[in-house]
Design a protein around this ligand. Structure first.
Ligand SMILES: *Cc1c(COP(=O)(O)O)cnc(C)c1O
Length: 394
């Protein structure tokens, strides 16, 4: 048998597996329960919370893409993060985590700490030497990496931070939502666990909320599977069926997303309304060389800082016709989000300042629309921001 690539297997997930009718596309198994084959003879599935064929097909595809030992598909990305923390930690254990991580991750960690369950400490993981020193000193149980970070697209050296974690006896988890396995596979850099918000690029159409956790070892995969059932946070069969469909075009979409991002950046980079442009594909980006080394592409997430602060931010958004002002990312449609008032609003002003989130900052999820229209629309927004800034100063 030929060994086909994981990307090929993702395109063909579950194809030609229906033994009853020979359906090309795998059927959606909506049944909540499965008969025992005979007295005391359990089949592969018995109850859909603990497992069902549709979710299993998706899990196999995701695990294949990451190159892990097993994937567990959860109701949300946040459920995947919860599962990692609850199943891996003992009471009082310490987690060192990326200081500019996803806002919901930060909130979850803060709340678990407030309950006295575990301890969490934010660290700038992009400063490799300082982070490695802190890991060696603090001896955490887990190191929580998110790269590129949200919303400043800072790049963490996964191999170096993972090595530091292992030397201190910790496991390294990577939230790889922004890149997907098309652009980076954290296990190749030594990570122990990969988590995804499937909601984003993996599903890719902004119509399903879902998460996944993929383990490097069979022991960890079994633990995640067990705890996902214990906590009752597994994904539905219907959502899984829809995500299998999204996943078939993952590589195609990611290629177009990031080509559009590169072309948009080239078109707007010198616009006078922009004080700073964060995209790892720019040679001036501090993580550019590292991203080139550990990723297979620079991705389609970027952020801009408008020179005129909040008045410019308002004018920018009001002038946009194509880019939608919305949270989330990774769908086919182009979006802008304003972290200070949207995704990272749960953070205290101090935490926002520490993460570099200002009133003029926008995160951009570049969609797959024809690039000429994206450039026209974005430029109109920037022109309006510039006028607002001039008015403010004049
Ligand atoms: C969206 C997101 C999450 C949370 O996922 P949900 O599916 O919304 O629960 C976690 N990490 C990152 C990087 C995200 O972008």
């Amino acid at each position: 048998m030929t060994e086909f690539s994981p990307l090929t297997r993702a395109v063909r997930a579950g194809i030609e597996t229906d033994p009853v009718h020979g359906a090309v596309i795998p059927p959606l198994h909506s049944s909540t329960n499965y008969t025992f084959a005979a007295f005391g003879e359990r089949r592969r599935f018995d109850y859909a919370r603990s497992g069902n064929p549709t979710r299993a097909t998706l899990g196999e595809a995701l695990n294949g893409l990451e190159g892990g030992a097993g994937a567990t598909v959860l109701a949300t990305g946040t459920a995947a993060i919860t599962l990692a923390v609850v199943s891996l930690l003992e009471p009082g254990d310490l987690v060192l985590y990326a200081h500019d991580c996803y806002g919901g991750t930060w909130r979850l960690f803060e709340e678990l700490q407030a309950k006295g369950l575990y301890r969490f400490e934010a660290v700038d993981l992009t400063d490799t030497d300082a982070a490695a020193a802190r890991i060696a000193e603090a001896r955490p149980s887990l190191v929580w990496i998110e790269t590129p970070s949200n919303p400043l697209l800072r790049i963490t050296d996964v191999a170096a931070i993972t090595a530091a974690a292992h030397a201190a006896g910790a496991l390294a988890v990577v939230d790889s939502t922004f890149l997907t396995p098309v652009l980076m596979r954290p296990f190749e850099h030594g990570a122990d666990v990969v988590v995804h918000s499937v909601t984003k690029y993996l599903n890719g159409h902004s119509d399903v909320v879902q998460g996944a956790i993929i383990a490097r070892t069979a022991e960890l995969a079994e633990r995640f599977d067990h705890w996902s059932n214990v906590l009752g946070i597994t994904a539905s069969a219907a959502d899984s069926h829809q995500v299998i469909r999204g996943l078939r075009t993952l590589e195609l979409r990611v290629e177009r997303h990031q080509r559009n991002a590169a072309d948009l950046v080239a078109a707007i980079a010198d616009h006078p309304a922009i004080a700073a442009l964060h995209w790892p594909g720019l040679p001036t980006h501090p993580g550019h060389e590292l991203a080139k080394r550990q990723q297979d592409g620079f991705g389609a997430m970027l952020s801009i800082e408008l020179a005129g602060g909040e008045p410019a931010a308002r004018a920018f958004v009001e002038a946009l016709e194509l880019f939608s002002l919305a949270e989330s990312l990774g769908g086919t449609e182009s979006l802008v989000a304003h972290p200070a008032t949207m995704t990272h609003a749960a953070m205290t002003p101090e935490a926002q300042a520490e993460a570099g989130i200002t009133a003029g900052l926008f995160r951009v999820s570049v969609g797959i629309e024809p690039i000429a229209d994206l450039v026209t629309d974005f430029t109109a927004g920037l022109d309006a921001a510039l006028r607002a800034d001039a008015d403010g100063q004049g």
